[in-house]
Design a protein around this ligand. Structure first.
Ligand SMILES: C[S@@+](CC[C@H](N)C(=O)[O-])C[C@H]1O[C@@H](n2cnc3c(N)ncnc32)[C@H](O)[C@@H]1O
Length: 265
């Protein structure tokens, strides 16, 4: 299993408990009975399975698109392995809910399509892409966007360490200047919507004692920060080593400010 796939599978329970249920209900209420939904950056397709398991979506078509082939394959195989699933090529059905798996850059895939969707969903997606580009690509095919777990500007790690301020300043700089995303993505997404419908905090909080999955998430996040900060020219290896040791000792506390955003585009 690739690191990306292990990380996505490990963060699933964290997303489960972090998602704001009122925004999720507002999203589900805005859908017709058997909707066609596009999921941008679906990763391992935890979202359609979650909605199915939580009794929130039992019919329709969920088009799950991600450019990371291993994630799409892992998601398809996990869903197909369920005793209640039926597989047909790259499509897996859970009852009357059909999930279509697509490996593609979602902007290229949708930009060239005339397909209409009742909504576009992007979980932990709108903070790593250019929001204007995303909205202008999705606007011709849908008018509803649900963007849960969208990063909103702050990571806090305890116990505090002297290089934290510099490390996190560079981490934000990396999001802002080295990638298409933005550290204040949730606020910017809300501001770009034609009609915001719901918006609430969905922070990720990890505290000791950790589950095995939480350890995987923490190690992945530390490595993500170390690599990003390194790309800006600051060596964060020593910082990351100490943070990893704190994870091993069960001393690190982590919180990321995310928001769940729902609106008309
Ligand atoms: C942080 S992960 C979130 C995955 C999944 N939504 C989840 O929450 O488990 C972001 C995902 O977006 C995908 N991604 C980023 N840009 C993309 C693009 N332009 N087209 C398709 N997928 C993209 C990445 O490959 C990655 O799997």
């Amino acid at each position: 299993m690739s690191d990306h796939v292990s990380y996505l599978e490990a963060k699933r329970p964290l997303d489960d408990r972090s998602l704001d249920r009122d925004v999720l209900s507002a999203f589900v209420d805005a859908l017709p009975a058997s909707p066609t939904v596009l999921e941008a950056g679906c990763g391992t397709a935890t979202m359609p399975e979650r909605l199915f398991e939580w009794g929130l979506l039992d019919a329709g078509t969920w088009v799950a698109v991600d450019s990371h082939a291993a994630a799409v394959t892992a998601g398809r195989d996990r869903l197909a392995g369920r005793p209640d699933a039926t597989r047909n090529g790259d499509t897996v059905s859970l009852g009357d809910l059909t999930v279509e798996f697509v490996v593609a850059d979602v902007f290229e895939h949708i930009g060239g399509s005339r397909r209409r969707f009742d909504a576009v969903v992007g979980n932990a997606f709108f903070d790593i892409v250019d929001i204007e580009r995303a909205l202008s690509t999705f606007r011709p095919c849908t008018d509803l966007v649900y963007a849960p777990i969208t990063y909103n500007g702050e990571t806090t790690v305890a116990p505090p360490m002297e290089p934290d301020e510099q490390v996190f300043a560079r981490y934000e700089e990396h999001m802002r200047s080295y990638r298409p995303g933005h550290p204040e993505a949730a606020r910017r997404l809300r501001a770009a919507l034609a009609e915001p419908l719901a918006d609430a905090a969905s922070p990720w909080r990890i505290e000791p004692p950790y589950t095995a999955a939480e350890r995987t998430v923490l190690r992945h996040l530390i490595e993500t920060i170390r690599t990003a900060v390194g790309e800006t020219g600051l060596d964060a290896d020593a910082w990351a080593r100490q943070r990893r040791a704190q994870v091993a000792d069960g001393r690190l506390r982590y919180e990321a400010a995310n928001r769940d955003v729902l609106g008309r585009i």
